[in-house]
Design a protein around this ligand. Sequence first.
Ligand code: BES
Ligand code: ZN
Length: 848
Amino acid sequence: MAKNQQKVLLPSHVKPIHYKIYLEPDLEAFVFKGEEEIEFVSDRKIVDLTLHSAEIEVTGAEIIGGKVSVSKISYNDRAETVTFKFKNPLPTGKSKIKISFAGILNDKMRGFYRSRYKHDGQEYHMGVTQFESTDARRAFPCFDEPSQKATFDLSLKVPSDRTVISNTLEKEVIEHEGGFKIVQFEKSPLMSSYLLAFIVGHFEHIEETTPEGVRVRVYVTPGKKKQAKFALKTASRIMSFYHNYFGISYPLPTMDLIAIPDFANGAMENWGAVTYRETALLVDEEHTSLHSKQWVALIIAHELAHQWFGNLVTMKWWTHLWLNEGFASFMEYIAIDKLFPEWHVWTQFVYTEQAKALSLDGMSNTHPIEIPVHHPGEISEIFDAVSYSKGASVIRMIEAYIGEKDFQKGLQLYLKTHKFSNAETEDLWRALEKVSKKPVGRIMKNWTSKGGYPLVSLKRTSKGLEFSQKRYFSTKSLKKDSTVWSIPMSVLDDNKTVFTLLIDKRRSALNDFSKSSWIKLNVNDTSFVRIKYPEKELVALMDPIKKQIISEEGRFAIVRDAFSLAESEDSSLVDALEILKAFENEESYIVWSEIILHLLELKSLLSGTALEDKFKDFAGNIVKNIADKSGWSKKKNESHEQTLLRSSAKFAHGTFGDKDTLDHAKKLFSFYEKGGRLPSDFRGAVFSLVAENGGAKEFKKFEKIYMNSELEEEKDRALRALCSFKDHQLLLKTLELSFSSKVRAQDAFKAVYIMSTNPFGIDIAWDYVKGHWGEIKEKFAGGHLFSRFISPFSKFKSKEKADEVEEFFKKNKAEGIGRTVAQTVEKIRANDSLILREYENLANFLKH
Ligand code: BES
Ligand code: ZN
């Protein structure tokens, strides 16, 4: 074990058995008092006991029963622990310690914190918990490690008019004097500390019971019950689906979903009491876009998947975090595809998850899926697209390889074997291997233990096909990497013959393809690779692309890789843009999303150069067809994806300067202002287009929408617009607003993020962040939002900015942002060299 890790792990000879916790939050003074009894077992005599504890003052401690007394209490701030020294040794076996303590109900969205809401015209604060990864220790001293499972008995003293929600059902409510009550909860199952939750505030709820007998409830702050309906219905259907899919009953009687006004993440899977950001749970039929509704469904499915995968079976240590997150990110698509087959979420997967992961994992500053982590700061940094989206992608790859049936059976075996306990990556592979009889562990090894992924190159010879692989780096890196991956690979040609083979040598070959008129590898993009075709083969693919013989995912991957290969100098931007010609008649949502993404990126790279306008014309022409086809109103019987596409197609057309689109957006907006209907599906696009071309007058209007709207999603749209203006002063006002008390701290990073995509805003945002770094650090350091104030600046595109960003963070070091800074700087340098390399060619290309 690494030296560093030993320092933060508690001694393994002591284990918790049961916690009995009593808490008294003061929702006005923002402090809490507590008392706990921890039953634990030691396999040897001990002279002291160390527990995790942070920002907590221990006011008393005693060993219950026996003759041992506590002689000294000491803290270690860096290790976040408290140590109780005993006068004489505590005997081997079970013991019980009683601890009294006090803490603060903080405003940092971690540990036991406060969140602001309104009720009957008055402002209140609720008490909420967010413990993952290592913040249970901020609410009570404990063994705060995922493998230190125990049972919990919880009771809280709260004002009589408040609701208290926790992991289990209420056992007893005792009225107390002075308008208080004590709510006692049923004993929890054997679980990890990071999954405990308690929430105290004014709440309303709606509920229904699944056919399997689980009571599902959705809790919202007063007045929002109507917006909980979709979540309730979706959640209870998902619970039934998982019950059958995993073949294990949900072990608790209730499943609560709670919308919290101030929330750092999207959602948190606390066992039986999942907490959500409002935008991730609430759906308003009139004002929520289809895109958000789909997001709500996916995030519910994600958190409920954790109830089995994560809560019932938990990773041994944070190094295996990806088991939790990669798996839930995969499973959400399985569930939603079953519930809403017409949404085609699996098709969207390659765009929403896999492409994101390929992009992050193509950098030199990526990390393996499994990575040793020690200090809490390092843990928070791995909640990224590698753990989530690459994790989900490699699971999808192995599912495609062993087949859906064996995959499901393997999972069931894994869950049954490790329930109420912990597991690591190899345990999952072993279960899948046992069922499928395929060498899962061997295939998967390098996918999880090594960073990056292969670029597979194809060569056609007289005998057939030859494949070679080398690690893909988005910038020609000095790093050499000789990793060889085992790659399940499918091949399609004009006879539609599909093979699955495994490339596990640097070079391999396949006969029988000598007569094919074209070849497509990785047919539905199920393997986590990029493909490089020789020019001739790429040309041959244009016809089957046009005829859409190649699947949507396959066509998508060709666009995606064309641009990535230009980045890595395996090809050029002009080649990538040439390929777009084959997509004239394309209508696929994911293909267009990918094309638009790259066109927007190029627009921003070329902004301020002599090519800017020419490029906008070019890009406008490319999207014109699909934008016109989409139209401004929903067609009868249009598909889910057509609805999703309209907003990005119209936005792109407008932002590339199409006058008709801009005029129409203005008209729609003034109609909306006067109380007319503007469909939520593209309301955001209209807002942004109006703002991009607006001034002080429009600014006021969006400010008003932001301030007056009750729905967080509408606020988000208005904030996005407020970040899209061109005027320096207006953008500065937006930043000031975002960091004021008028905008919740959970949303402050959004302004920085959106403004960084605005060429007129990125410098202003950077100056603002630098100027307010002290405040940002004070509020967000150690939390999961911290790095989001940094990564947006990867949109910079000059060497000078790369140096500046690097320098700034050298001088302003903080725990848990090292990798983000390195990635940001790497990306800026890549942008710089991409423009330098490609500018002349692009200039020539755009002349025609
Ligand atoms: N376990 C996480 C929540 C979390 C994230 C806790 C980071 C601590 C640090 C939860 O299951 C999750 O993954 N939430 C995602 C949403 C999901 C649909 C990708 C989130 O909050 O972004
Ligand atoms: Zn998760």
